[in-house]
Ligand binder design. Structure first.
Ligand SMILES: NC(=O)c1ccc[n+]([C@@H]2O[C@H](COP(=O)([O-])OP(=O)(O)OC[C@H]3O[C@@H](n4cnc5c(N)ncnc54)[C@H](O)[C@@H]3O)[C@@H](O)[C@H]2O)c1
Length: 345
């Protein structure tokens, strides 16, 4: 392989901006060609990013021997088909989240990655959000003691934002799988794999979408930790992933859009001088660099791993595990039953 990772991007819709920008900023990456079945969107992105070679058929881009890897900012429904075609054509893949909308497709993607030896990374971009990284660092360092509860929210009003040709409001694309997978992945990043989930859901805000636009799931982990995930694709508040880690010695409250995370520590509750008027522990604010949708770091990590011959961090099994928790939540709110999560990949 050349010293630079030669890359292509398939899909030039809204989120491709982050991929194209990430590739152009990445050290040791070169953007060779882009593709979209819509020639107008394709031409607009080609002009914006100065790309000379474009295709409206992804097979033609994949046939190029001078492309080592592709990124796929494509509708969720075609992730599996195009990721599989790319790996079979000898390309490493950075596929957008959610990995796929169906567990069989996830399993097939993992199988093809194993067969071809190509790296398959799922773009769980929250892994690069500075506040989440800092919260995980504090947790792993034992700052809040033993974790006993974790919660996360994905609150994003998607009114009017249903994706090109309406892919976001198809019945198979439940909100908890689509956007909600960010909150589920955050929970997994912090506490590992939940073994069992139970959920309720409704639809008050996107009544013309044949999905559940709001859901609340609780879960338990093999460690005894318990968790909660809220997802809403219609709630009227700022787009945020408000999250919390509760430990025996402290609590961390954080999100993806605030310039600080809040830390509450046990020792402050024992010290009368720092108790506030409500006799609660004082808040310590830790400044955080704001970098939500940190595609620059995500793409750089992908490029570095491929060039170094190292496995990518959020590989197919990681992406499928997050998708599997989301699908278990859907099964639970549809059946009214507790559901054991399938991690058999
Ligand atoms: N990581 C994040 O935080 C984040 C944020 C937004 C979107 N996303 C994900 O990114 C993906 C794309 O979302 P978007 O908002 O850019 O969607 P979009 O609808 O704006 O763009 C999708 C593009 O894919 C093209 N396309 C569809 N089928 C194709 C095919 N067979 N061949 C070539 N081009 C094809 C469409 O013409 C369109 O231009 C989705 O999976 C979405 O879930 C991730």
């Amino acid at each position: 392989m050349s010293k630079k990772l030669r890359m292509g991007v398939i899909g030039t819709g809204a989120f491709s901006l982050y991929h194209l920008d990430g590739i152009q900023k990445a050290k040791n990456a070169e953007l060779i060609a882009i593709c979209d079945k819509d020639s107008e969107r394709l031409a607009a992105k080609a002009e914006q990013f100065g790309v000379e070679t474009t295709y409206t058929d992804y097979h033609e881009l994949l046939a190029r021997e001078d492309i080592d890897a592709v990124t796929l900012p494509l509708p969720d429904q075609v992730h599996a088909e195009i990721a599989i075609a790319a790996m079979r054509a000898g390309k490493h893949v950075l596929c957008e989240k959610p990995m796929a909308l169906d567990l069989n497709e996830c399993k097939e993607m993992i199988k093809v990655a194993r067969e071809t030896g190509k790296e398959l990374m799922v773009g769980q971009i929250g892994r690069y959000t500075p506040a989440f990284v800092k919260a995980k660092e504090l947790l792993d360092a034992g700052v809040i003691g033993e974790l006993f509860m974790v919660e996360s929210e994905y609150a994003h009003d998607y009114t009017g934002k249903f994706g090109t040709d309406g892919w976001r409001k198809q019945p198979e694309r439940e909100a908890i799988i689509g956007g909600g997978c960010h909150a589920v992945d955050l929970i997994r990043m912090m506490a590992g794999n939940p073994e069992e989930v139970f959920a309720y859901a409704n639809n008050f805000c996107q009544k013309d979408w044949p999905i559940h636009d709001c859901s609340l799931a609780i879960m338990k982990f093999p460690t005894g930790v318990i968790g909660k995930v809220m997802n809403s694709h219609g709630c009227k508040r700022a787009y945020t992933m408000r999250s919390a880690l509760y430990g025996t010695k402290g609590t961390i409250i954080f999100d993806n859009t605030s310039p600080y995370i809040s830390l509450f520590l046990e020792r402050f509750t024992e010290n009368e001088t720092v108790k506030d008027m409500h006799q609660q522990s004082a808040e310590i604010r830790i400044p955080i660099t704001l970098a939500n949708h940190n595609a620059t770091a995500e793409v750089q990590d992908f490029v570095d791993c491929i060039l170094a011959g190292k496995p990518v961090p959020t590989d197919g099994v990681e992406g499928a595990s997050t998708a599997s928790v989301c699908l278990a939540i859907v099964e639970s709110f549809k059946t009214g039953n507790k559901v054991t999560v399938d991690y058999n990949f």
